[in-house]
Design a protein around this ligand. Structure first.
Ligand SMILES: NC(=O)c1ccc[n+]([C@@H]2O[C@H](COP(=O)([O-])OP(=O)(O)OC[C@H]3O[C@@H](n4cnc5c(N)ncnc54)[C@H](O)[C@@H]3O)[C@@H](O)[C@H]2O)c1
Length: 443
């Protein structure tokens, strides 16, 4: 095999996730034979996720197969801070086009604020790169259509990095459903519990504005809607929702701009000292002079325009109903998910309370026994209970592993998960009117 051949094979394998090409690869081509060129990856959006998960962690775990060739952010101080945190010598940019033209990456990783993903996805494809993007794919239907149209004109691929699929419990649920352990699914109850720390953090940051996050129905729930879409292997068709801001924002008697300068530090239960985290100081507080972004924004600010209390019903093409709720001010974190089938029920319950934690997948067969499912994959080290490592293994070392659970999430998966949240937001804004997904975009 020539060097040129191996370059094409290796890069195409990584970019195409390996599986597609595995079928066409001739048996005598050995991928482990010679040192292979590494995947050239550029990152746009060098905040927490860009610098740490897709920066530091990739350098630490995947430097043999991935080279970070460029970093870009609109905040020039933050992109320099990220370069130091990651510990690489790649050039930094504030202009995305320039980064792509000068560094010629195979793949662009998009880790910017949600409402800006589409710009870089579309432009990345136009400039001839594969694109990987953090969830959500997009925050409104126009962005979604622009991405779908750009993909149609491009031979490049879009991958959405849904790490939540990689939790051992999520994989086990998928496996049991594929095995028809509870027969055909009739309905799903999915309840998301966010507490006064993690939940509150969304109201401190850029997420608090619809125009940035599309509300938590898109930013946060796109993980959950993707899980439901993936587990059910069906398409959402209609969405109805309620949502309100009942706890944060205007729902308090005092407020300030941000915690560091707040006169209510002593009495506010939500006071949070960003300076206790040295990485946050480097990434955020030392970069404030560039864009005025306050990482420790007040959770009581009156400009907060997202919901903290949400209820959604989704009807699927295969007739399944999903009932989803998310509350963001609870005394503990967790999820309660039940999948109701013709021959039984599958429960996944997780509680992370102060002094108490429980995590259980339970299979109850109708007219039969109820049992805890014990043969789960061992949780791995790393972010999000090891899910970040698992997805990076699949993406960067894909040729060595097959994908029987269909863990890879493509553009369609990204679009459908975002569209449920987008439809839910429209439904809330229109007095809980039912919204049809097909009225939002041409898929
Ligand atoms: N999969 C997960 O578990 C997970 C977890 C956290 C965040 N995320 C996603 O990762 C992305 C980044 O989140 P984060 O927590 O790192 O946020 P962050 O605020 O730490 O970083 C966002 C970065 O984007 C930059 N940015 C904003 N607008 C930009 C633009 N127009 N062009 C270029 N850069 C721009 C900001 O300056 C900042 O550096 C979000 O889309 C978020 O939804 C995913």
């Amino acid at each position: 095999m020539t060097t040129k051949d191996s370059t094409i094979t290796r890069r195409a394998f990584i970019a195409a996730g390996g599986a597609a090409l595995a079928a066409t690869a001739t048996p005598f081509i050995s991928l482990q034979a010679a040192p292979q060129p590494r995947l050239r990856m550029a990152i746009v959006g060098t905040g927490n996720r860009g610098s740490l998960t897709w920066g530091q962690d990739v350098v630490k775990g995947y430097s043999d197969v991935v080279e970070i060739v460029g970093l870009c952010d609109i905040n020039r101080k933050r992109v320099e801070a990220a370069k130091k945190l990651i510990g690489i010598s790649a050039p930094t940019f504030v202009d995305f086009d320039r980064m792509i033209q000068e560094t010629r990456p195979d793949t662009v990783m998009v880790t910017t604020v949600d409402g800006t993903h589409y710009r870089y996805i579309v432009r990345g494809l136009e400039l001839g790169a594969d694109v990987m993007t953090e969830k959500p794919l997009c925050t409104d239907e126009q962005q979604c259509q622009a991405i779908l149209d750009a993909q149609k004109k491009s031979s490049k691929r879009v991958t959405v990095t849904f790490n939540a699929r990689h939790a051992p419990e999520a994989k086990k649920v998928k496996q049991l459903l594929l095995e028809k352990a509870i027969g055909d699914v009739i309905s799903v109850d999915f309840h998301e519990y966010l507490d006064t720390s993690h939940g509150a953090d969304y109201f401190r940051r850029w997420h608090r504005l619809k125009e940035n996050s599309g509300t938590l129905l898109v930013h946060k729930a796109s993980h959950h809607f993707d899980l439901a879409n993936w587990w059910l292997d069906s398409k959402p068709v209609e969405v109805t929702a309620f949502g309100d801001l009942k706890f944060y924002g205007r729902n308090n008697s005092f407020r300030n701009t941000h915690c560091r300068v707040c006169p209510f530090k002593q009495q506010c239960k939500f006071y949070w000292d960003v300076t206790q985290n040295p990485q946050y100081v480097k990434l955020y507080t030392e970069c404030e002079s560039e864009d005025g972004y306050l990482r420790d924004g007040c959770v009581w600010r009156e400009d907060i325009n997202i919901y903290d209390t949400m209820s959604v019903v989704v009807k699927y093409e295969n007739g399944v109903y999903l009932t989803y709720t998310a509350n963001t001010y609870l005394p503990y974190e967790g999820q309660a998910i039940s999948i109701n089938g013709r021959r039984g029920r599958l429960d996944y319950n997780e509680v992370k309370a102060n002094g108490f934690a429980n995590n259980e997948v339970r299979l109850t067969r109708s007219f039969g026994k109820s049992e805890v499912v014990n043969d789960l994959e061992k949780p791995r080290a790393g972010g999000h209970g090891g899910a970040d490592n698992s997805i990076q293994d699949l993406i960067f070392r894909g040729p060595q592993s097959s994908d029987p659970l269909n863990l890879r999430a493509d553009l369609r998966a990204g679009a459908l998960s975002s569209l449920i949240g987008i439809a839910a937001r429209h439904s809330i804004e229109r007095g809980s009117q039912a919204i049809k997904i097909q009225d939002l975009v041409k898929l």
